[in-house]
Design a protein around this ligand. Structure first.
Ligand code: X5A
Ligand code: ZN
Length: 766
């Protein structure tokens, strides 16, 4: 699609990157300080994560009884911040102060009448406040509301400035009151000023931006934001929301998927209505794979803003959805790949305090570059979600190139049809009947989350990226060097399954390098680590292990030691220069080590194809032409793809096929191998590495055959968590390629269910 004034492509990625100090996996060392800049060879590049929090925003509160508004409490902010402290995330962020947004800045979006009404409430008594509040749908004024709302606006603008100036590469602002329901002339749904909308107008004005993406993952429709940008092609607005065929607040016709924008803004408003409650992690991921991410990569934003409501998470009384906190790590990880990593996350809703604060922590952890927890839940979208996804794709077909060849012959207006069929029921329906759905009590969810988080969180390996000191690995910094395994040991390890390989000395040597790195990823070692304790149990940050302590502190220290003793892998990911034959050895070795599922994405010609019958290895083989004698099966899929010479057309293959299959499989390790005669360039291969990082607790092993410096460097940068690269100019795939994906999707969607994006012939979760 031709975005307005789409002249300048995103800025070129920094060529002198090294890892952000704050994104190093193990957190900061003693004496190291959170800093916004990494200096490398004299060049400074953006790194680090900003965190904006101001206690003053907790003074806005409801003074009378109102069952609609009483969930929007000050503790939403304070408990999120406490939880961030508990996980030691606050000290790893760059503290950026909030400020009051100016009147001029507020007027970028709002009318002067609206500003004056808001201003006038500062000196009102309770009775007057109540009367003004009554003029709006779901809003309450407190004498401090105006001041807090100006701080919320200013916090969002401070975050934009910190990111756009390069002081940090991304960040989060914890603000109250929220903003996305607020309109030019009205407060609405707990919102007074539209913080995110003002931030977008400000970024356009101050930094001359021409393309901004707003992702609204709050469970409510940000109708305020939609109205503000409806006719504006420079702001792409995406919102998913509980809708239930217009039954759910704010119950607007214009929240449906067919509201695509107006005039010049047609195609730049994307609504994904959820017509059932109980949506799960897989539904949200499917929405990203099959709707948001393809549009976003085609749009190519220069800045991403998130209207970050966590009422779309489990336990929320408003949303009634079932997505667990780690899903927000995955969503954040995907959005980091856009706009050169320039990502500003601004709080909106979220009313279950535990669910909210754990989700906030998952988001900030991911901004900092920590490895991503494995996603839980059945990896299959529900029928209702697939229906919604199919509808929004059809509605946007005229506006986006990646949808050009979409089959819309079914167009039967499913949403409206289901509406008329809907029977009256006292409770909204859910498609899911999981254990989680049945515990509806707030504290039951709290107990569930306490357990759940200890299950999904894991100690962060002290080293992010490892390699061996083979030829020229110096320019791979900031990776960590490990020592090769000696030849005799390699012989013992490999001769059992690939005897032929251990005859040549050179092969032995490179296998020794490869196995050394792989072992660092696989093997867990005993270690002490800072563990997070449930809030209020014990303040670990006040204890210093090497300090002399009084007698009284001893039992406390013992407790700390016990709790923090565990095993952890040494490194998170690795890269080696190895011959193709090494891939088979790596896969076999991982299985022998005890892994249950290893995903191998192989680019180029493959010499040895390992046996994949037992399902412990899934190979996705990307090559120009199908190799003879190998038939596609559930665990060996050949994807024939030759990258376009003009630009990158691989987005649709990664998002529409590779990612959905990979997430359906849920590997314990991802191996990405590049062999001879590869049919993808550096951009396509980089995209693979960037988008597969959410799998296998971010355990990725890169095996690259030829020593092309460019490719090795690009991959090492992504693995080390340095700035996200630009993946090359988006070009739409040809009809032939779209068909290739369509055929594969039809062939495999019954087995790899995350592939489903149409209801015609799929079987989805019910
Ligand atoms: C920001 C936000 C929700 C308003 C609900 C009113 N607002 N029923 O989540
Ligand atoms: Zn909300």
């Amino acid at each position: 699609m031709q975005a307005a004034a789409r002249s300048g492509a995103s800025a070129a990625p920094c060529e002198h990157g090294r890892g952000c100090p704050t994104s190093s996996a193990g957190g900061r060392q003693e004496g190291e300080r959170a800093s916004g800049n990494a200096i490398c060879g004299g060049f400074a590049m953006a790194s680090g994560t900003a965190l904006i929090y101001d206690e003053k925003m907790t003074t806005h509160k409801l003074l009378w009884s109102d069952p609609v508004c009483d969930i929007e409490v000050p503790e939403r902010l304070s408990s999120s911040y406490e939880q961030l402290k508990c996980y030691h995330l606050v000290e790893r962020c760059v503290h950026v102060p909030a400020r009051e947004g100016s009147e001029e800045e507020i007027l970028l979006v709002h009318s002067s009448e609206h500003l004056e009404v808001a201003k006038s409430t500062q000196t009102m008594n309770e009775e007057e406040l109540k009367r003004v509040s009554g003029n709006y749908d779901a809003f309450f004024f407190h004498p401090n509301t105006y001041h807090c709302a100006r701080l919320a606006v200013g916090a969002a603008l401070q975050l934009v400035d910190a990111v756009m100036s390069g002081k940090v590469c991304n960040g989060m602002a914890l603000v109250r009151p929220p903003g996305h329901h607020s309109q030019r002339n009205a407060a609405n749904g707990f919102c007074l000023f539209n913080n995110v909308a003002i931030a977008a107008e400000y970024a356009k004005l101050k930094y001359g931006l021409q393309r901004i993406l707003i992702v609204d993952w709050d469970v409510h429709h940000g109708q305020g934001t939609q109205y503000i940008f409806e006719e504006d092609p420079s702001v792409l607005y995406f919102s998913w929301h509980r809708y239930e065929h217009q039954e759910f607040w704010p119950s607007l016709k214009e929240s449906d998927y067919d509201a695509v924008g107006l005039g010049k803004g047609k195609g730049f408003n994307i609504n994904l209505p959820w017509n059932k409650i109980g949506m799960e992690n897989s539904d949200y991921l499917a929405a990203f794979f099959h709707v948001l991410l393809p549009v976003a990569f085609e749009f190519d934003p220069q800045l991403v803003l998130v209207s970050s409501g966590y009422d779309s998470g489990i336990g929320d009384p408003e949303g009634q959805m079932n997505a667990t906190p780690e899903v927000f790590a995955h969503l954040t990880q995907f959005l980091k790949q856009l706009a050169n990593g320039k990502l500003c996350i601004i709080l909106e809703g979220g009313y279950h305090l535990k669910s909210l604060s754990e989700s906030v922590c998952m988001t900030v952890k991911t901004l900092l570059g920590d490895p991503i927890p494995q996603i839980t839940g059945e990896m299959a979208p529900c029928l209702s979600a697939v229906e919604s996804i199919q509808n929004v794709r059809a509605a946007h077909k005229p506006y986006w190139k990646w949808l050009m060849y979409e089959d819309t012959s079914f167009l039967q207006n499913l949403s409206t049809k289901s509406h008329s069929l809907k029977t009256a029921s006292p409770r909204p329906s859910t498609e899911h009947d999981s254990k989680i759905t049945n515990i509806n009590e707030t504290d039951e969810i709290e107990k569930f989350l306490e357990m759940h988080m200890t299950n999904v969180l894991f100690p962060v390996p002290p080293i992010k990226t490892a390699t061996t000191d083979s030829k020229g690995s110096a320019y791979l910094l900031p990776v960590h060097l490990v020592k090769e395994i000696d030849k005799t040991e390699v012989k013992v390890l490999v001769s059992a399954f690939y005897a032929d390989l251990v005859k040549e000395d050179e092969t032995l040597l490179s296998l020794g390098s490869m196995l050394a790195v792989l072992d660092k990823i696989l093997k867990k070692e005993h270690a002490f680590f800072w563990c997070s304790l449930p809030t209020g149990t014990l303040n670990v940050s006040n204890l210093q292990m090497n300090k002399r302590t009084s007698e009284d502190d001893l039992p406390l220290q013992k407790l700390f030691l016990q709790l923090s003793y565990s095993t952890q892998p040494q490194v998170c990911n690795g890269i080696t220069e190895s011959p193709t034959a090494a891939v088979a050895v790596a896969l076999r070795h991982s299985i022998n080590f005890g892994l249950q599922r290893v995903l191998c994405v192989f680019v180029g010609d493959m010499q040895i194809v390992p046996n994949t019958e037992d399902g412990k290895i899934l190979i996705i083989h990307i090559c120009e032409k199908k190799q003879d004698g190998k038939n596609n099966s559930k665990y060996y899929i050949s994807l024939n793809w030759k990258e376009d010479a003009e630009g990158n057309d691989f987005f649709s293959a990664v998002l529409g096929f590779i990612l959905p299959v990979a997430y359906s499989y849920q590997p314990n390790l991802t191996v990405i191998a590049v062999g001879p005669k590869r049919s993808l360039g550096v951009h396509g291969i980089s995209l693979l590495f960037a988008l597969l990082q959410g799998l296998a607790e971010s355990r990725i092993f890169a095996l690259i055959e030829d020593s092309e410096i460019n490719l090795m460097q690009s991959v090492a940068k992504i693995l080390a968590g340095a700035s996200s690269p630009h993946f090359g100019v988006y070009v739409p795939p040809t009809q032939e390629k779209v068909n290739e994906i369509k055929i594969l999707r039809d062939q495999f969607q019954k087995e790899w269910k995350m592939l489903q994006c149409s209801v015609k012939d799929g079987i989805s979760r019910h």
